[in-house]
Design a protein around this ligand. Structure first.
Ligand code: ADE
Length: 214
């Protein structure tokens, strides 16, 4: 899977994408991530990417021309890619979305908006608009990283061949929170690991786990 990220701040992604599982995912070739700096598509000598709001209003909006030129550039590399715009106005992003995006394995293009927002005409060049929660962030970079993480970890080979991606919490969209888990030591500050988990009795352990899901 190829992921291209259109952003004014590609450096924001380095720490997240180049660490741990997401780094491994790139190393094993499960995903190839590249960044397109929106500034490169800015207009005029000052590489302008934003402008005032028609009708009045605070702040500046991303202009349509640079964003659409960047999308078209990304499409020239991945013609069949799905274009994703993280926005508080999108549909709420769910685990089922990450599963279908991972399963389809279609290339993706993320468009990270900034400033006070974007010219609405941009949405005509976008396939999916996702909101990651009922709050407003300063830009689309963090939501893009959240969505990318949730997809990449589901790609074959990324979680080390375990079935943990299948079994874990939020399996589908219902709130199937995992049972509590423990590691060593057996006793920590007076709190003991439940006896049954030390018993080796797999049937009893499974029963306890089922009973202790929240
Ligand atoms: N951009 C700013 N806030 C956002 C949110 N909550 N979800 C997706 N994109 C956003």
């Amino acid at each position: 899977m190829k992921i291209q990220v259109i952003t004014l701040f590609p450096e924001m992604f380095q720490g997240v994408m180049n660490t741990s599982m997401l780094w491994k995912a790139q190393n094993i070739g499960a995903v190839e991530i590249s960044y397109i700096n929106l500034r490169d598509f800015g207009l005029g000598p000052r590489k302008q990417v934003d402008d005032m709001v028609y009708g009045g209003g605070d702040g500046m909006l991303l202009k349509p021309e640079p964003v659409v030129a960047a999308i078209e550039h990304a499409k020239s590399i991945s013609p069949d890619a799905l274009v994703v715009l993280p926005t508080p106005r999108g549909q709420v992003y769910k685990q089922s979305d990450s599963k279908s995006l991972a399963m389809d394995a279609q290339d993706l293009i993320f468009v990270c908006a900034r400033y006070e927002g974007y010219d609405e005409r941009i949405t005509k060049f976008v396939d999916q608009q996702f909101c990651i929660g009922n709050y407003v962030l300063t830009g689309g970079e963090l939501p893009a990283m959240v969505i990318m993480d949730s997809i990449i970890r589901l790609l074959p080979g990324v979680l080390g061949g375990e079935t943990s991606a299948e079994k874990e919490s939020f399996q589908e969209d219902d709130v199937a929170i995992e049972h509590p888990q423990y590691t060593r030591p057996e006793e920590f500050r007076g709190m003991k690991v439940p006896e049954v988990l030390l018993s080796g009795n797999h049937a009893e352990i499974e029963k306890w786990r089922q009973e202790n899901k929240s």
